[in-house]
Design a protein around this ligand. Sequence first.
Ligand code: NAD
Length: 377
Amino acid sequence: MKKNKKKYKIAILPGDGIGPEVMKETYKIIKIVKEKFLINLKTKEYDIGGVAIDKHGIALPKKTLNGCKNSDAILLGSIGGPKWDKLSSKKRPETSALLSIRKYFKFFINFRPANLYKKLYYLSPLKKNISKKGFNILCIRELIGGIYFGKPSKEIKNKKEHYALDTSIYKKKEIVKIAKIAFKTALKRKRKITSIDKANVLKTSKLWRKTVNEVSKNYPTVKISHLYFDNAIMQIIKNPSQFDVILCPNLIGDVISDECGILTGSIGMLPSASLNSKKFGLYEPAGGSAPDIKGKNIANPIAQILSFSMLLKYSLKLNHISKLINLSVKKTLMKGFKTFDLSDGKKFITTKQMGNEISKSLIEEYKNEKNIISKNI
Ligand code: NAD
């Protein structure tokens, strides 16, 4: 294999709950990428989330932020857990670390692929006649605008009343930015975008729809359509194979991407990428820290491994190796290997075994490549 002379640095943030367990399996894949595919990857670990609160008194320590700044990409496990749930929302690991890191690096793009291979249709909770068609959806969610970041957001208690309020706000330029990303991405796929909003009720959604339509004029070969949020939820369950790229504002995207995800079988298989305009990114499983299964060696490491694969594709431009990792995961699943979440609860393999099987499969792919190259010489 020809040596790629570039040097890459990845900041690794295992975090809380099952984060460190699934990251351990991803290190096996990183090792193969370094040693077999000869990629000069340097990894360094930093604390984030609850574990950082315990050690340093803060969920996103300066050292972690600096480590991320000095890297080519960030690979995150997951954050949070019951131990820190009682903290104020400002201090809670998810809000203080995750939302801050998104805002700091201006990660306005969130890619969440949800892919059900036809041959693996039985993993989906959908009826067989629907799941047999398979689907390949890419949810693109705007990540640093809308109601999650709008100010004011507070709880007010006075003599007369006790209430809480959040503010949903979108600037036109924020919508233009994410819409352009969606159209450019769709050009490389089936050229079909479904934008989801609540334009029958919300002003921000009205502006969202109008702006997406304006941007669409510059991409005449991409078919754009719109669905209201409530209807979209139903259509996705009824016939997911009709969708290609789904474009959503922040809160709607949070829900829709989880829905698309679970239809593939388990949240434990879903990766995500959060990127800024320079394609610097944070890659993490779509699920959380799963405290209910922490330390049991039953977590599914696929979401974490596929997040690393997305990192190779989007931030390091190592698309070919990324594809081979995806293929290794697919082949491992097709051999019938299932972690607890994908199983009937009786026959399943452990987190570690799944990591080993995917590693074996990736080494097979590497050997196949090597054979093809030597045959052609
Ligand atoms: P969760 O995603 O952690 O768990 C939901 C369900 O999915 C659980 O039954 C869990 O066991 C299962 N699950 C999740 N990942 C899995 C995997 N890899 N393999 C097998 N099963 C898996 O959501 P939750 O229970 O609502 O949240 C738990 C904690 O995680 C909370 O503190 C929450 O705030 C935090 N959280 C963090 C992130 C993040 O780090 N980005 C995202 C969501 C939630």
